[in-house]
Design a binder for this molecule. Structure first.
Ligand code: MTE
Ligand code: MO
Length: 370
């Protein structure tokens, strides 16, 4: 049974002629309306206003009646738990400021364009997440010897790659036991909105978005690595759709710039008047703090160091700033690129993977000085 129209999935050198200039499929446009990026001017806020935070939902947003909702903690544990939200909220509580980015951010800028949610830039946001550390809950349940991963299951169900499935992802045990891995019920001080995982979601600081399972219904201790679709197939760095590749885990180093000046309505080209221009943006990495941000105002031919602000919290993006003397009229390609303390730096061009994961090429903004 053909559940969905088969879209041609372009591969490098497959002669299909499809590339990033090909028109969007209606299916991609449909996804682009359901899911949304932060408007880049939203990078001004240290904490992204909830309504500006990006959203990504694979299937449908489930409707949850709180009175009937329970979290089941089970699998290879000595004391399985079944908890309502009020019971979870009586446990130790923490609030963490965390930058979250979708692993597919930037996918639609690749050539050829992998067919999926067609992110350009801005599948990123920073929120204050309040919840209880998963660690203490797992301690209470009592893990059996031989547990290697913790598996998380959402209430949402759909078909992907021809496989009917619940949205499920696992974490290595050490990550699940990190003090900062939270079961969160609040975002920016308010109960989670339906699209962000009401009533409970996982927050895994430093990891790309797919790990932060929303609408949690089950947490299970397992003795073998999870091999489900979202783990073994979808979130991989691979040259082919079938290739196993490396798993997608921590967010790669990246920076974005608030587009300066004013936009042209249709093209969003930036118009800047001859004057000093205050360039600002954010930079983050799931691996280490940001040590350097560089800005180019000549398409990458030369770079200058921007001033980088202190991390306001260990898991949140850092602000950067650079004053550009925009004195020569005409077209300019502005770029920013960040380096983290692990020594990783954003590449000039993105290397291609079949599913378009982990794109962190330097951010480019075209402006005309008048
Ligand atoms: N249950 C469930 N959890 C999920 C998803 C999903 O589709 N279902 N999408 C994941 C992906 S790919 C991302 S990028 C983040 C997005 O979180 P946000 O919409 O709150 O920004 O949620 C993750 N958690
Ligand atoms: Mo994502």
């Amino acid at each position: 049974m053909a559940i969905q129209r088969e879209l041609p999935i372009p591969a490098v050198g497959d002669g299909s002629g499809l590339d990033g200039d090909a028109k969007l499929y209606p299916e991609e446009l449909q996804l682009a309306f359901r899911n949304k990026a932060i408007p880049l001017e939203g990078l001004r806020y240290d904490v992204t206003p909830s309504g500006m935070h990006y959203t990504l939902v694979h299937y449908d947003v489930p409707h949850v009646e709180l009175a009937a909702w329970r979290l089941h903690v089970g699998g290879r544990v000595r004391r399985p738990l079944v908890l309502g939200l009020d019971e979870l909220q009586r446990r130790p509580t923490r609030t963490l400021r965390v930058t979250l980015e979708c692993a597919g951010d930037g996918r639609a800028l690749l050539h050829p364009r992998p067919i999926s949610q067609p992110w350009l830039t801005g599948a990123v946001g920073t929120a204050e997440w309040t919840g209880t550390p998963l660690r203490s809950l797992l301690g209470e349940a009592g893990l059996d010897d031989g547990v290697v991963e913790i598996l998380f299951t959402g209430l949402d169900r759909g078909v992907e790659g021809g496989v009917e499935q619940d949205y499920q992802r696992s974490l290595p045990l050490a990550v699940a036991l990190d003090d900062d891995t939270l079961l969160a019920w609040a975002m920016n001080g308010a109960p989670l909105e339906p699209q962000h995982g009401y009533p409970l979601r996982l927050v895994v600081p430093g990891w790309y978005g797919m790990a932060h399972v929303k609408w949690l219904r089950a947490v299970e201790a397992i003795a073998l690595p999870f091999g489900g679709y979202q783990q073994a197939l979808a979130y991989r760095y691979s040259e082919s759709r079938e290739g196993p590749g490396e798993p997608v885990t921590l967010m790669r180093v990246r920076s974005l710039m608030i587009p300066p000046g004013i936009p042209d309505f249709l093209t969003r080209t930036r118009i800047v008047h001859c004057a000093p221009v205050d360039l600002r943006g954010r930079a983050w990495s799931g691996r280490a703090r940001i040590t350097r941000v560089e800005v180019s105002v000549d398409g990458g031919a030369s770079w200058a160091d921007a001033a980088v602000g202190e991390p306001p919290s260990p898991h949140a993006w850092q602000p950067w700033r650079h004053v550009w003397q925009a004195t020569s009229p005409g077209w300019h390609d502005l770029l920013c690129r960040a380096t983290d303390a692990a020594g990783d730096v954003q590449p000039a061009e993105q290397w291609w993977t079949a599913r378009g994961m982990g794109n962190n090429a330097a951010h480019r903004v075209r402006v005309i000085v008048v």
